[in-house]
Structure formats: structure tokens, C-alpha cells
Ligand binder design. Structure first.
Ligand code: ADP
Ligand code: MG
Length: 332
């Protein structure tokens, strides 16, 4: 049926025995095919639980999870837990054979009925994930990032419909991580794979996701397009997750020259300009935090602290006095 949702949670709850306020509360969710959906939330918000429910590693207490219209079986109902059309990669990819070569770790996922096809497909996968250089190394000799690549190659070579990733790049260094993220994006575009990634890293979800789901205390707080959500999050919680923003009380906002009837004003680092004026250079630069291709300036005035993005290196030193121009802010 054309209108059957691809992967769907209907009124799904899961509370862990003896741990009230844990897990996931009565959640409705539809995952669209061929896209990358990212689930973001603070630690303990239920991200891993939701992923396991979607995969069939956990059975919901109430509600159902359906894949292409059919209910997903829980671990009690199935010999090998997890839906056959899905593959999951987590931080601990401990099913790798450390003493076998990378190539063999990947190839073993395929049946041996056609050895030539098996070899071809393995080579293709290794090329796609830029792993030919490490193909003949033992897994034991690889870095953490390279091992995660092997885990992802093992998941992808079986051509799953859905790839589930639970914070898989946590141990991976930044340069490696970005390469892997973009390779996965490319594979999604080329093959129509559906990816669901759980993360608490804003850079990761914003650069990878087509759709973003924000979880708080086991509930979906908001969902939508990452770019739109970044510019106008509906909740303070979301703004805090997505960027290192300044959160001011109404009284503090007044000190910054902003009048508000809301409880909180949120200002992103890139929404503030530092300027020099004849008078009112009241804000003191108390810290200059080097970030590589930009600096974060920490400014203080009258007990209020603000974080500002600065790309003009060396322009300010600690102790300098500046004035501020606020270009945008959000009220909650
Ligand atoms: P996240 O992945 O967002 O950090 P989890 O889904 O792992 O969150 O956990 C959500 C909540 O459920 C947390 O409060 C956690 O302590 C609790 N929880 C997770 N697994 C169990 C378990 N097996 N038994 C009891 N409580 C659990
Ligand atoms: Mg988790």
C-alpha cells in the first residue's frame, strides 16, 4: 500500500521495571524511508530505549511498532532479536574478530554460496567506505575510528533497509568522524538506505540529519527540519541542546537592553556583534577561548555573562572593553 508508513511507533511506552520515570512515554512517531533521522536529547532522555523499541530489541509495554505495516516482534518472540531488515551499530562494536583481517570481518556477513560475488561485494563495500588501505590489517591493529568503520561496513554489506546508529562516533576523533558522517550521507543518497542516528552532539545531528527529533524525559518535545529548528527552536531545552547559547533571565536581558515579558531570552554566539563606540563600551572581555577557526569571547557586564562568536583573531584580549549589537534573540 502506497500510504503505509515506513517505520512507525504508535502510542509506544516502555518503563523499566523498578525505575519509574524511565524509558519512553506513549510516543507516536513515523520514520520516513530514504532519509537520515536524528534523535537528540540529554543523557537519560530515552534515546537508546526508543532506538531499541524501533529495532525490536525491546518490547513495548503498550502500543506497537510497525515496519511497512507489520508489527515488529519483540525479543521474546524471536530467536535472534532485532528486525531482519535492520542493522544496529553502537559504541561497543564487540562482535568484531580482532585477529582476523578487516576484509574477512566484512566478508563473513555474506553467505558463501557464490564466492566470486562475495568477494566483489566486499571489495565494493570497502571502496565505498574508503577502507581499501586498511583491508588487510587485523582489526586488533586499528584505531577506534577505523574499527567503527568496520562495524558500519559489516552492517551495510547485508543491504539492510534501515541502519540504526546509537552514538557510534563517540570514541572517534573529529576529523575521522566527519569523514564517516559524510560517507554515510552519500550512501543514503545513493542507495535509498534509511538511517536513524541517536546522538547528543549538535554538530553531528545538524550536519547529518534530514529530520530531527528532540527527546526529553521519555517524550518527544519537538521534531522537524534541523535548519529550521536550529533557527527557531520551540523550546529552551532544544536551543540548549543545539548550541552553546547564552540564556538570560528577564532581569539579565534588561541589562543587555532587551525588554521582555518572557522568563528567558536566548542569544546564540553568532547573533551578537562586538563593536567599539564612543561611549557605552561597558562589556569586559573576560575570556578568549580559541576554537580553531574562530574564537568564543566571554563578556561580562553588571553580573551578566554572554558568549560571542568572533572570527577576527587577535582583535580582542582579556580586559578589553566593548559594546554589543544584538542581531537576533529568542524568548521563552
Ligand atoms: P539515553 O540513551 O537517552 O541516555 P536511555 O534510553 O538509555 O537514555 O535511558 C532512559 C532512562 O531509562 C534513563 O533514566 C535510564 O536510567 C533508564 N534505563 C535505561 N535502561 C534501563 C534498565 N535496563 N533498567 C532500568 N532503567 C533503565
Ligand atoms: Mg543512550
Amino acid at each position: 500500500m502506497a500510504n503505509t508508513p515506513f517505520l512507525q511507533a504508535v502510542s509506544v511506552s516502555k518503563v523499566y521495571p523498578g525505575a519509574q520515570n524511565s524509558g519512553i512515554n506513549k510516543t507516536d512517531l513515523t520514520i520516513n524511508q530514504g532519509l537520515i533521522t536524528a534523535i537528540i536529547g540529554e543523557s537519560g532522555s530515552g534515546k537508546s530505549t526508543l532506538l531499541k523499541l524501533l529495532y525490536g530489541l525491546l518490547s513495548p509495554d503498550n502500543g506497537t511498532v510497525k515496519f511497512k505495516g507489520e508489527r515488529i516482534w519483540g525479543p521474546e518472540e524471536k530467536l535472534i532479536p532485532g528486525h531482519d531488515a535492520m542493522k544496529m551499530v553502537t559504541q561497543q562494536s564487540d562482535d568484531l574478530n580482532l585477529f582476523a583481517k578487516v576484509r574477512d570481518n566484512v566478508a563473513i556477513m555474506l553467505p558463501s554460496t557464490d564466492l566470486k560475488a562475495k568477494q566483489q561485494k566486499t571489495d565494493q563495500m570497502l571502496t565505498q567506505l574508503k577502507m581499501t588501505r586498511i583491508a588487510d590489517k587485523r582489526v586488533a591493529d586499528l584505531s577506534g575510528g577505523e574499527r567503527q568503520r568496520v562495524a558500519i561496513a559489516r552492517a551495510l554489506i547485508t543491504s539492510p533497509d534501515v541502519l540504526l546508529l546509537d552514538e557510534p562516533f563517540n570514541q572517534v576523533d573529529t576529523s575521522f568522524r566527519e569523514g564517516l558522517q559524510q560517507d554515510i550521507r552519500r550512501i543514503v543518497k545513493e542507495t535509498g538506505l534509511t538511517v536513524i542516528i541517536v546522538s547528543h552532539d549538535p554538530a553531528e545531528v545538524l550536519s547529518m540529519a534530514d529530520e530531527l527529533i528532540v527527546l526529553k524525559d521519555g517524550n518527544i518535545l519537538e521534531l522537524g527540519n534541523p535548519k529550521e529548528m536550529y533557527q527557531a527552536p520551540k523550546n529552551l531545552y532544544t536551543a540548549r541542546l543545539l548550541t552553546n547559547c547564552t540564556v538570560l533571565t528577564a532581569a539579565e536581558a534588561k541589562i543587555c537592553g532587551l525588554k521582555t515579558k518572557s522568563d528567558h531570552v536566548v542569544i546564540y554566539p553568532e547573533w551578537i556583534e562586538t563593536i567599539k563606540t564612543w561611549t557605552n563600551n561597558d562589556w569586559e572581555v573576560t575570556q578568549v577561548l580559541f576554537k580553531g577557526c574562530y574564537e568564543d569571547l566571554i563578556l561580562e557586564y553588571n553580573g551578566v555573562t554572554i558568549r560571542v562568536l568572533n572570527d577576527q583573531f587577535g582583535k580582542y584580549a582579556e580586559g578589553n572593553k566593548v559594546n554589543l549589537k544584538l542581531n537576533k534573540w529568542l524568548e521563552y
